[in-house]
Design a protein around this ligand. Structure first.
Ligand SMILES: C[S@@+](CC[C@H](N)C(=O)[O-])C[C@H]1O[C@@H](n2cnc3c(N)ncnc32)[C@H](O)[C@@H]1O
Length: 561
């Protein structure tokens, strides 16, 4: 799921995530594909591509390329840093404090995107590819820019504490632009193989471009100080600075404390609380690119490696996902295994009768809808995909256009779907708008934007949507409730409430049913057990998927066919 959490009131249009492009690269304008991921696949929906190019992290063309005229002009005394920036006595100027050293373009791109994320609420996964293209970075530099940008954003919590310890002042006492320079520098020193001297020198040059003259000494001093301590010792120092276990985990794994607590609560409910550190660590790993070959429409490529669980999923040794998708005319797509399994829970756990009607109530941007529609077409059933946000409904239409038959896309608020289509469908998917805590590894800044307050608002929408879906399901029909979040309030909490409100609804044994579909059985913790029913929670650290939650219900009288 994208930064956009799917609530109708929080559309990308409303927030203008790409309001501003990096300096010197021009504004990253939103076009008709607003909300569209900028990499292959279903993107901003649950279980999209990683949004992350994985490239070698190494120096390339350092210092060779000069930026446009605007860059050097910012380095004067225009603005003094707040709290940081004065040269501290005893620190020799860095080599790059000489006038004329230009910042390497990859670093400048990474920096500009980080600034836009902080100051303009931009989405790194949308803005960075545009910035890379506009700066005409080579593929090696694009890899470096991506690593620097994503790493600095993701590990901000950890790096800020390192900076605080090294600078001996609170992060909020440092000028924000200079703090961003330092975050970028610390990531290079502690999180990559970039040579320490290059990281310091480039950061000093960057500080000169974006801050006051005195800030260069500050940046030089702080970063040189950081290079004198090993990464392992920094971890120890950071851990020692925590005043509670939650804070220790929050700092070391760079998550807000409320998310640490939420993951712990969820894992404890599964009887797997000992996996907490692994779960936190997995959010800091880039996901591997997983593809789906739409069943009966396309063959998997010869070099495809079958994935662990979804019978339709595969990985490739490398290559450009866009090229793979283009070559298969869109019938091969990037899709997380968790998303595939969520859709297959609805389609493959009961035989499909020709003539069945299905609906996907929250379809944007269309990842699961394409799989549902393919399964439906293959078995003589029909799907209606629905999405309330117009731009996202367009994405659904586009995603479905790869199929030979037209699939109806409706654009309405699904909270009254059941009222408009009483007992209208044999199978319904509610892939509800949620906090997206299950896909933090895909969106480097997402964890810092979400708040516990989002839960309350989303909880109401989630329940309204499932209530509506219950009313829209034929007696004996199937209803799958899915979120890309392991948060108890969005998962077990919703299921419990639905069962309380609807005695006619039965939770099915989702674990057993899904394990009947997968290539190999999933190692699942204790799901919510109600009668003979159970729920499924997937995890990045255990399954390599997004943390997708799946509950399959039967609505009304028992199925007898
Ligand atoms: C988690 S995303 C769905 C991802 C999608 N199923 C996929 O696999 O690509 C949730 C979607 O629900 C949509 N949505 C939110 N509230 C809605 C409502 N009341 N009615 C219909 N759609 C809604 C959001 O705009 C968002 O696109």
């Amino acid at each position: 799921m994208s930064e956009y959490d799917g609530r109708p009131g929080s559309t990308p249009e409303g927030r203008g995530p790409e309001r501003r492009g990096p300096r010197g690269t021009g504004p990253a304008r939103r076009g008709p594909n607003s909300g569209k991921p900028t990499r292959a696949g279903e993107g901003s929906g649950n279980g999209s591509g990683s949004g992350e190019r994985r490239g070698p992290v190494r120096e390339s063309g350092s210092g060779g390329e000069r930026r446009g005229s605007s860059t050097g002009e910012r380095g004067g005394e225009r603005r003094g840093p707040r709290g940081g920036g004065q040269r501290r006595p005893g620190h020799a100027p860095a080599r790059d404090e000489r006038a004329g050293d230009a910042v390497q373009p990859a670093r400048r791109v990474a920096y500009d995107v980080i600034v836009a994320v902080r100051s303009d609420d931009a989405y790194a996964n949308l803005l960075l590819p545009v910035a890379i293209r506009r700066a005409a970075l080579s593929s090696a530099d694009a890899g470096l820019a991506t690593e620097l940008c994503y790493g600095s954003l993701r590990l901000r919590g950890y790096y800020d504490r390192v900076i605080e310890l090294a600078a001996n002042r609170a992060a909020d006492q440092i000028d924000p632009e200079i703090l961003d320079v330092l975050r970028l520098g610390v990531h290079q020193i502690l999180g990559t193989r970039v040579a320490a001297h290059a990281a310091v020198n480039e950061s000093v040059s960057l500080a000169r471009e974006v801050g006051s003259r005195s800030s260069t000494g500050f940046v030089n001093g702080v970063l040189r100080g950081i290079t004198r301590t090993s990464p392992e010792e920094w971890r120890e120092r950071v851990a020692a600075s925590a005043t509670s276990e939650d804070e220790r985990l929050s700092l070391l794994h760079s998550h807000p404390e409320w998310i640490v607590r939420a993951l712990r609560q969820s894992l404890r409910a599964e009887g797997r609380v000992d996996e907490l550190e692994a779960a936190l660590a997995a959010d800091n790993e880039a996901p591997k690119v997983t593809y789906i070959a739409l069943p009966e429409r396309v063959e998997k490529p010869a070099e495809a490696e079958p994935a662990a669980y979804s019978p339709l999923a595969f990985t490739l040794g490398g290559g450009d996902p866009e090229a793979v998708i283009r070559a298969a005319a869109g019938l091969i797509r990037v899709q997380d295994e968790g998303s595939q399994l969520a859709a297959l829970t609805l389609t493959r756990t009961r035989e499909i009768a020709a003539g069945e009607t299905w609906s996907d109530l929250c379809a944007g941007p269309g990842g699961k809808a394409v799989l549902l529609a393919t399964e439906a077409l293959n078995a003589g059933a029909t799907l209606i995909a629905n999405e309330v946000v117009p731009a996202r409904a367009d994405l659904v239409r586009r995603a479905l256009s790869v199929l030979p038959e037209e699939v109806e896309v409706s654009r309405s608020d699904a909270r009254d779907w059941g009222e408009r289509h009483p007992q209208g469908f044999d199978r319904i998917l509610v892939d509800a708008p949620c906090t997206g805590l299950g896909a933090l590894r895909r969106r480097p800044e997402a964890r810092w934007r979400k708040t516990p307050k989002d839960l309350a608002e989303l909880g109401v929408i989630q329940l309204d949507l499932v209530n509506s879906a219950v009313a829209g399901t034929k007696p004996g029909g199937l209803l799958a409730y899915v979120t890309c979040s392991p948060h108890i309030a969005e998962t077990r909490g919703v299921v419990t409430e639905i069962l309380r409100r609807h005695p006619e609804v039965t939770l099915l044994d989702t674990q057993a049913l899904l394990n009947g579909v997968t290539n190999t059985p999933l190692d699942l913790g204790e799901g919510l057990i109600v009668g003979d029913g159970s729920t499924v929670q997937l995890w990045p650290h255990r399954h390599g998927t997004d943390a997708m939650f799946i509950a399959l219900f039967r609505v009304g009288e028992s199925y007898t066919a």
